[in-house]
Design a protein around this ligand. Structure first.
Ligand SMILES: NC(=O)c1ccc[n+]([C@@H]2O[C@H](COP(=O)([O-])OP(=O)(O)OC[C@H]3O[C@@H](n4cnc5c(N)ncnc54)[C@H](OP(=O)(O)O)[C@@H]3O)[C@@H](O)[C@H]2O)c1
Length: 382
């Protein structure tokens, strides 16, 4: 079966090469930008793919939402199966694309968009057929994990850890999506859509690692903790969907502490299965391409969807989830927090709060930063 590839960058090249040796699959044409069609298999117009009857499926690995949305919807409308590694596309247009796929009787799969080679979405999609997913999430961004690990194990500053991640190709020239938490938040949106048939697209709480300093890491380590950036999603007892991302401090015996460098650790808790954990490379050419090709193989074996055609967009509600938090902030702001313990040194307070709602903690930090105050916070994990 011939597979066309949209985009010939890091992942696109990997997919094209893997297709040469994949059982039952072979590479078709590759869409590149005008002027970059320097080989016979490269084309510059999507219609050369959608109108080619020999093309059985399309792998979208260009990134971005436009023109990826136009190209993917055109491919689905033309009756081609589509696989994508593009989390931004699925977070923005997943339900619309799934509806088109359903109408046309073709597949729309996106395991590579969440966790690279880590078969997280793939297994959630299988698990929901026979179990109820109580919660899901984990460490879903390798770049920030690499940076936090470098700050903790090699005592790097934030700026040096970021420069190191960029030099190794883990972080992009503009690292905002990774360090702000947005990249991993999109992944939890997709995981919720697969697990709960609800895509949370508002009400999400998003705190990345941009506020952490080398001094924070020193204090955290001195207290016997390790900081990781963690996504959380699930259904509260009243059936409300929650979804958020924030730094979390783990005690030394927690499995999250052993997630080093750019690795991911995703997990879900099934009502009957209990906790299931996945660890592996969340990004990179070959790991990501392997997930794209795995989805194509699943289509060969009859799989048609991960998100259902009636998947609804909903607002997340993070007001019912509560944690104790570690908060570093200017001394004069500390009284506003319900504290279990407060240490003050040189005008800086470090507070351990009582249990407070996730939404309240994120709102407090956002409000406090409006006047330029520097605030770092992390939930205290178990
Ligand atoms: N890299 C990873 O480890 C990884 C992991 C998981 C998921 N992903 C996702 O996979 C997707 C691709 O990532 P990547 O790292 O492979 O990106 P990349 O290296 O930048 O490759 C994207 C390729 O698509 C091409 N492209 C973009 N717009 C195009 C258009 N309109 N027409 C034709 N070609 C176009 C780009 O061409 P130009 O260079 O000419 O712009 C580039 O060659 C993204 O959605 C990303 O989030 C990547």
């Amino acid at each position: 079966m011939k597979v066309a590839v949209l985009g010939f960058g890091t992942v696109g090249y990997g997919v094209y090469e893997m297709l040469k040796n994949a059982d039952g699959l072979e590479p078709g044409s590759v869409l590149v930008r005008p002027g970059k069609d320097d080989a016979e298999f490269k084309v510059t117009s999507i219609s050369e793919i959608t109108e080619d009857p020999d093309i059985w499926a399309v792998a979208e690995v260009m990134g971005g939402t436009n023109p990826a949305y136009e190209f993917v919807s055109a491919a689905l409308r033309a009756g081609k199966h589509v696989v994508t590694s593009n989390k931004a596309l699925v977070a923005a247009y997943g339900p619309e694309l799934e509806k088109i796929a359903d109408e046309k009787g073709v597949a729309f799969l996106f395991s590579a968009a969440c966790g690279g080679a880590v078969p997280f979405l793939h297994n959630i999609a299988l698990a929901v057929e026979s179990d109820k997913i109580l919660s899901l999430g984990g460490i879903l961004n390798g770049t920030t994990n690499y940076m936090l690990d470098a700050m903790q194990s090699r005592f790097m500053t934030y700026a040096d850890a970021l420069a190191d991640a960029q030099a190794l190709g883990y972080a992009e020239a503009d690292p905002t999506a990774d360090v702000s938490g947005m990249d991993a938040l999109r992944k939890i949106m997709l995981a919720c859509a697969v697990a709960y048939n609800m895509l949370p697209d508002s009400g999400l709480c998003c705190e990345g690692i941009e506020s952490i300093t080398a001094e924070d890491v020193n204090h955290i380590q001195a207290g016997g903790y390790t900081c990781r950036l963690v996504t959380s999603g699930g259904l509260s007892e009243s059936g409300q969907l929650y979804a958020y991302i924030e730094p979390v401090l783990f005690p030394a015996n927690a499995p999250e502490c052993s997630v080093l460098k750019n690795f991911n650790m995703a997990k879900y808790i099934g009502e009957n299965s209990g906790q299931i954990v996945f660890m592996g490379q969340g990004a990179g050419r070959w790991p990501t391409a392997s997930a794209v090709v795995r989805d194509l193989n699943d289509i060969l074996h009859g799989k048609r969807f991960m998100m259902r055609p009636d998947c609804e967009r909903v607002a997340a509600d993070n007001s019912l989830c509560e944690h104790k938090y570690y908060v570093r902030l200017p001394e004069e702001l500390a009284d506003a927090l319900p504290a279990e313990k407060t240490d003050v040194y040189d005008g800086i307070a470090r507070v351990i709060t009582k249990e407070i709602p996730v939404q309240a903690m994120h709102d407090f930090a956002k409000e406090s930063r409006k006047d330029g105050s520097s605030v770092f916070f992390a939930a205290i994990g178990e």
